[in-house]
Design a protein around this ligand. Sequence first.
Ligand SMILES: [Zn+2]
Length: 54
Amino acid sequence: MGDFVKVKCVDCNNEQIIFTKASTTVMCQVCGGVLAEPTGGIAQFKAKEMEELS
Ligand SMILES: [Zn+2]
């Protein structure tokens, strides 16, 4: 998996590029919904994963 991934928010369909190893909760910039939560390794994605970016 690459370091960044493009995800789509399930609530508002906003597309956002996030870090796969995020150490903090990643919020949707549009609706404030949770896109990913840190697990200590690869973040757990709540949003739909669109594509990996290298
Ligand atoms: Zn959203």
